[in-house]
Design a binder for this molecule. Structure first.
Ligand SMILES: Nc1ncnc2c1ncn2[C@@H]1O[C@H](COP(=O)(O)OP(=O)(O)OP(=O)(O)O)[C@@H](O)[C@H]1O
Ligand SMILES: [Mg+2]
Length: 234
């Protein structure tokens, strides 16, 4: 099968003209690839987490690229023309926003803040506004506003399910792609792209563990625990 692209955490194969296989690798990376390691089985955990969350979104009427699973680490997806933009929704302040702006760790955003970033590791994924996105032919303002609406709907679904796991959804990142005249949620929904914490203890269960230098086994067990809890509620 033809490999059409490969990123840090997934390989993309052309299944047929309209479908791709996304094979989740065991790599974990941070700092735009500056730090990288292998966690055995992480690809399976992320593929399974993504599959459950995409199915949940579909059940809630949000259109995604998800079609099914080929094997435990390989997703069958609609082939999208991906927009190289990361769309981030923040419910609580943490990560890059507290470095960039005079905002303190843990501040609550109500309503949530939505941000767009260019996928460009060499430039450290710079923040984009509607003007930049139009000029760079990424999307026009109408599409950006449509995507903001989708991201808010995804937030409502994910916030609720994460709450049922007795966790809090701090933020998450989505990527979108075009299929004909439609914009669909693509890529992945995993702990690599989402921050979740235990409310009482502030315990972290996401890729921040890796960013902060926790042992790889500790990172893996957090991913396993999240998936285990998720399987009990969806
Ligand atoms: N439905 C889809 N159709 C086509 N390509 C897709 C689809 N979903 C995701 N992709 C693309 O798959 C590629 C590989 O994913 P991966 O996450 O490994 O790479 P990346 O996002 O470029 O790098 P990284 O996430 O490590 O910064 C990405 O370019 C992503 O946009
Ligand atoms: Mg990616």
């Amino acid at each position: 099968m033809e490999k059409i692209s490969e990123g840090k955490t997934k390989e993309v194969f052309l299944l047929d003209n309209d479908h791709v296989l996304l094979r989740f690798k065991d790599y974990v990376t941070a700092g735009d690839g500056a730090k990288a390691d292998i966690i055995d089985g992480k690809g399976v955990l992320n593929a399974q987490t993504s599959a459950l969350l995409f199915r949940l979104l579909e059940r809630e009427g949000i259109e995604t690229h998800y079609v099914g699973m080929k094997d435990e680490r390989t997703m069958i997806a609609k082939r999208l023309n991906m927009i190289p933009v990361e769309v981030v929704l923040r419910n609580y302040a943490t990560g890059s926003i507290v470095k960039r702006l005079p905002i303190k760790e843990g501040e609550i955003f109500d309503p949530p803040i939505v941000e767009f970033f260019l996928k460009d590791d060499a430039r450290h994924d710079p923040l984009l506004n509607y003007h930049h996105m139009r000029y760079l032919k990424l999307m026009n303002e109408e599409e950006a506003r449509y995507i903001e609406g989708i991201v808010q709907r995804v937030n409502a679904v994910l916030t609720k399910v994460v709450e049922r796991l007795n966790l809090v959804l701090y933020d998450f990142k989505l990527e979108f792609g075009r299929l004909g005249n439609k914009l669909l949620v693509g890529d992945e929904i995993t702990l690599d792209a989402m921050r979740v914490r235990e409310p009482q203890t502030q315990r972290i269960l996401d890729k921040d563990l890796y960013r902060r230098g926790y042992p790889l086994e500790h990172v893996k067990s957090a991913y396993e625990e999240f998936l285990g809890r998720l399987r009990n509620v969806v």
